[in-house]
Design a binder for this molecule. Structure first.
Ligand SMILES: *[C@@H]1O[C@H](CO)[C@@H](O)[C@H](O)[C@H]1NC(C)=O
Ligand SMILES: *[C@@H]1O[C@H](CO)[C@@H](O)[C@H](O)[C@H]1NC(C)=O
Ligand SMILES: *[C@@H]1O[C@H](CO)[C@@H](O)[C@H](O)[C@H]1NC(C)=O
Ligand SMILES: *[C@@H]1O[C@H](CO)[C@@H](O)[C@H](O)[C@H]1NC(C)=O
Ligand SMILES: *[C@@H]1O[C@H](CO)[C@@H](O)[C@H](O)[C@H]1NC(C)=O
Ligand SMILES: *[C@@H]1O[C@H](CO)[C@@H](O)[C@H](O)[C@H]1NC(C)=O
Ligand SMILES: *[C@@H]1O[C@H](CO)[C@@H](O)[C@H](O)[C@H]1NC(C)=O
Ligand SMILES: *[C@@H]1O[C@H](CO)[C@@H](O)[C@H](O)[C@H]1NC(C)=O
Ligand SMILES: *[C@@H]1O[C@H](CO)[C@@H](O)[C@H](O)[C@H]1NC(C)=O
Ligand SMILES: *[C@@H]1O[C@H](CO)[C@@H](O)[C@H](O)[C@H]1NC(C)=O
Ligand SMILES: *[C@@H]1O[C@H](CO)[C@@H](O)[C@H](O)[C@H]1NC(C)=O
Ligand SMILES: *[C@@H]1O[C@H](CO)[C@@H](O)[C@H](O)[C@H]1NC(C)=O
Length: 819
């Protein structure tokens, strides 16, 4: 009997899943718009176009918005911007300055005297009607009459241009990249390239080199190989002087954009960094379709051509679309299965599968495409950024994408091997920018404590973490912050090692970096348990550094009631700088402010490794609870966070990452129903099946993965093998975890008014704690059964979630040496 039970449990938990087409629940426009209709500003900054999960290619339109004061072009796509090109490489969800928007084509119906092919303002196109987008497919109608349809494979894209009768041209401008409309320090730049057109005019190859962008990246080179199904009647290369402002490079300073010189089949940028490209023209006057496929590679034009040929073997666009849909269903959507019949809430299906889509657009799996060093390890790029994704995105990859996730970690470690540091942000094969701590530490620790081993060399992984914790990276003297490196590592380590906190007089972002360095050191202590036990106490002790920055006497300003005890700027001589201090404000809230993209009021809740001390510092459970209650009240925000807090008037800002775990903190005082109520209210208020459907930049899917956890009814505590129990949005969820096992989450009594937990069973055992451990259900699968009801209930009687980083300073011994 016992054997039979075990057997049936295994059958239930581990096995293959059936295939359903979930892709039509995806709305690829969620996040394409902000609060101002028709404008991307304050929205998700998402990419819209053709892509496969973790693909290298993200093929879509690049646009330019007339109103520069509120333009955001980061994903290339904007709802109403004029189309400047269709290009191959994009980021999704990022803020700050754009990156990529390179390797373009642009269909034109005239190249007469009004058009200067070096000046996109003379040929850019408004769009007519509404765009269409589905998984793997995008269509837009240009004002010049050309309909553009496209799809993407892993390293190649396919475009279909339906031209009206008349002239037909396709422009390829190798010097094209997504600009920053207002200029500025971190603009991208073109640093040269080459184009060669084959004798028959049908194919072209070459490369472009680009630098800069938000991550202050070094130049990187992309090779391309394009082909037209129908041979053009004319194919002419061109070049022209570069007038883009590029410091430390040759440009034709302060001149109007010159005309291009057309002719020949081959052009190179040459020593004056000329812009290069090609113009392809067809003579037939009839309306017709021109199809093109373009492969790219970071290694060679030969590889780019072979990707084009092997990944897009058919000129039928639908074949690439179908292959993409199949891959998304198989590798992504089918990992989380809910009831999709007519009784299902269709909106929630869209929110679930769209969120899964957006959290798999980045990072990019560039295995085999690393131009920088030879290695057998996987290679990934576009970690943009771990500051966003360490909080819960990576924990979901761990469950549903164990292979990809292991590859990402191996790649992070390999970057340390060959470049000296793991990245926090990375794109264009270059580390940068670090917004707070060295958060790859958190990613590695989260994987380690949950038992991920596979092909990861953890000796090296821990060594890479120790590098972050012990070795100050060289100062990159970024204009963002002149005090220390923003490229990698921990730029304010000089403070952290000497003082145990980040000082306000020597370093920017003293509050937020103190909080993040503390968690980073906790992450080291977690991995040290297995890899270097002698280090555990040291890093645990350092992880309490946030306590040095806690001023127990500081009070909140302009709040009712008044709260006492906050993270507070502290000078390097040990004195707090609390005169006139209002923890609800952070000034410009960026690089040189006291805290980054959130106020000290918010960061004062972000101590996931030691909630116990935090609650004590805030005055005990009931004071903690009333402070939490307060931050959800309307009109409590005193700080304008700009694009990082558009439309949010509470101190609690679900639109930005630092506060992601804050709504769930009620679990730590056994008032789980309040976590459920608060987090669900945020989700319902700010996440929608609409263009303005996420509250701010989706940040490589970080906002989307927050919503997925919310819908699953659980929330991971990063760097710990712990999940909080919340309340699911579906009555039956099967999740494929750990490659081929199933976690089944069920909920009886669920309705729109009935979502408070009454009781929980895990693996058929009654559960009296509002949290569980990874090994309970996440290794071999299992079941979580919720009973829900309309009345808030304090159902949990067991221990509160753990505080494994609990340190009482003064008893550690070593803190006395610090100021
Ligand atoms: C699950 O995967 C593991 C490891 O790949 C394999 O050993 C096992 O046989 C698989 N189980 C089933 C039921 O497919
Ligand atoms: C598109 O370009 C036209 C012509 O240059 C311009 O008038 C219009 O404002 C642009 N539209 C947008 C949304 O930028
Ligand atoms: C540009 O956007 C700003 C902010 O919404 C608005 O105040 C201004 O009127 C807009 N300018 C134009 C020319 O539409
Ligand atoms: C475009 O979409 C909007 C909003 O969904 C809708 O109101 C409008 O009718 C659509 N226009 C066309 C031409 O389909
Ligand atoms: C288009 O033209 C504008 C104005 O000259 C320029 O700033 C921008 O860099 C060009 N390229 C793109 C892709 O918009
Ligand atoms: C054109 O030439 C290229 C390179 O030689 C070749 O790969 C391609 O098949 C040719 N295309 C046509 C339509 O002949
Ligand atoms: C491509 O698919 C669409 C939608 O499924 C269909 O309408 C169209 O006919 C297909 N085109 C080709 C060339 O197969
Ligand atoms: C979840 O899996 C169980 C066991 O295989 C099955 O009975 C149930 O129908 C599945 N539910 C969904 C929504 O897929
Ligand atoms: C579906 O769920 C949403 C919450 O995401 C809710 O607002 C909506 O009313 C529900 N629709 C139906 C038909 O129950
Ligand atoms: C880990 O890498 C180091 C060198 O980087 C090597 O000495 C060691 O053997 C590797 N460990 C394993 C288990 O492969
Ligand atoms: C510490 O430095 C600050 C800023 O220079 C100064 O105002 C304060 O008096 C100093 N405190 C001590 C104890 O020296
Ligand atoms: C304090 O820490 C240092 C290095 O972190 C260590 O060498 C020393 O033994 C510690 N002292 C005490 C009293 O724990």
């Amino acid at each position: 009997m016992a054997w039979k039970t075990l057997f049936s449990l295994l059958v239930l938990s581990c096995g293959a899943a059936a295939q359903i087409d979930y892709s039509h629940y995806v709305n690829p426009f969620i996040g394409s718009e902000g609060p101002i209709p028709g404008q991307a500003f304050g929205g998700g900054d998402i990419f819209v176009g053709g892509a496969v999960p973790f693909g290298v290619i993200k093929v879509g339109i690049d646009t330019y918005e007339a109103n520069r004061s509120i333009s955001t072009l980061n994903g290339g796509y904007t709802p109403n911007g004029n189309v400047t090109a269709i290009s191959m490489l994009h980021e999704s969800g990022t803020g700050g300055f754009p990156k990529y928007g390179i390797i373009p084509q642009m269909p034109l119906t005239t190249v007469d005297a009004t058009v200067n092919i070096l000046d996109n303002r003379t040929y850019w196109q408004a769009r007519v009607g509404n765009d269409t987008a589905r998984v793997g497919y995008f269509k837009t109608q240009l004002a010049n009459g050309v309909a553009v349809e496209l799809s993407g494979a892993r390293h190649a894209g396919i475009m279909q241009y339906s031209f009206p009768s008349g002239e037909k041209h396709v422009l390829v401008d190798v010097s094209h990249y997504l600009p920053s409309e207002n200029g500025g320090y971190s603009i991208q730049n073109y640093q040269g390239g080459e184009i060669n057109i084959a004798e028959n005019g049908s194919t072209y190859t070459g490369y472009g080199t680009y630098g800069g962008g938000w991550n202050e990246g070094a130049p990187f080179t992309v090779y391309f190989c394009g082909e037209f199904e129908t041979a053009p009647d004319q194919a002419q290369a061109f070049h022209g002087r570069n007038t883009d402002p590029v410091s430390r490079y040759h440009t034709y300073g302060d001149e109007p954009i010159p005309q291009a010189t057309l002719g020949g089949k081959k052009r190179a940028a040459g020593p004056l960094n000329d812009r290069v490209g090609a113009l392809f023209s067809w003579n037939s006057g009839d309306a017709s379709e021109i199809r093109s496929r373009v492969g790219i590679s970071f290694i060679s034009t030969e590889k780019a051509c072979s990707f084009k040929d092997s990944e897009i073997a058919s000129w039928n666009l639908n074949d690439t679309v179908s292959a993409s849909v199949e891959e998304w269903n198989k590798d992504v959507f089918s990992k989380i299965r809910v009831n999709t019949d007519e009784t299902a809430n269709q909106t929630n299906l869209v929110l679930l599968y769209s969120s899964l889509y957006f959290m798999h657009l980045m990072p990019s799996d560039r295995t085999g495409e690393n131009p920088l060093w030879q290695s057998d390890e996987p290679y990934w790029d576009d970690f943009y950024t771990l500051w966003d994704t360490f909080r819960n995105t990576i924990s979901l990859y761990h469950l549903i994408q164990p292979e990809a996730y292991e590859g990402q970690i191996r790649s992070l470690i390999d970057i340390w091997r060959y470049e000296g540091y793991m990245p926090d942000g990375r794109s264009g094969n270059y580390n940068g920018l670090v917004q707070g701590g060295s958060n790859a530490d958190n990613v590695l620790a989260d994987a380690y404590v949950k038992g991920l081993r596979g092909g990861i060399n953890w000796t090296d992984g821990y060594a890479a973490m120790v590098k972050n914790a012990e070795v100050l990276p060289y100062n990159t003297f970024s204009l963002d912050d002149l005090t220390g490196s923003v490229k990698e590592g921990r730029g304010a380590l000089y403070d952290w090692l000497e003082l145990g906190y980040i000082s306000v007089d020597r370093s920017g972002r003293c509050i937020s970096r103190t909080v993040e360095y503390a968690l980073n050191d906790f992450a080291l202590s977690q991995v040290a348990k297995g890899e270097s036990p002698g280090d555990v106490q040291k890093y645990l002790s350092r992880s309490a550094g946030w306590q040095f920055s806690w001023d127990h006497s500081v009070q909140s300003v302009n709040t009712t009631p008044i709260f006492k005890g906050f993270l507070t700027p502290k000078f390097s001589n040990g004195t707090f700088n609390s005169s006139g201090y209002n923890p609800a404000l952070c000034g410009e809230c960026e690089w040189s402010a006291i805290s980054y993209e959130a106020t000290p009021f918010e960061y004062s809740f972000v101590i996931p490794h030691d909630a116990q001390t935090l609650i004590e510092f805030m005055g005990g459970p009931s004071e903690f609870e009333s402070r939490l209650d307060y931050i959800f009240l309307p009109s409590t925000s005193q700080q304008n966070l700009g694009a990082n807090g558009v439309g949010i008037d509470t101190i609690m800002n679900i639109g930005n990452e630092p506060d992601f775990a804050t709504p769930y903190l009620y679990n730590y005082i056994n008032k789980q129903w309040k976590s459920v109520q608060r987090s669900r209210t945020l989700a319902n208020r700010y996440f929608h099946n609409a263009p303005y459907g996420v509250p701010g930049n989706s940040d490589a899917g970080a906002l989307n993965s927050w919503l997925i956890w919310q819908m699953l009814g659980i929330y991971p505590i990063v760097t710990q093998p712990i999940y909080l129990l919340e309340s699911p949005w579906f009555s039956d969820i099967n999740i494929t975890i750990n490659r081929n096992c199933t976690l089944r989450i069920t909920a009886t009594g669920l309705s729109e008014e009935s979502y408070y937990v009454q009781s929980v069973k895990i693996n058929e055992q009654n559960w009296n704690r509002n949290w569980f451990e990874h090994e309970d259900v996440m290794v071999e699968g299992g079941t979580i059964e919720f009973v829900l009801g309309g009345n808030a209930s304090i159902w949990e009687t067991g221990e509160v979630p753990p505080s494994p980083g609990h340190v009482e300073l003064g008893r550690v011994g070593n803190d006395t040496m610090r100021k």
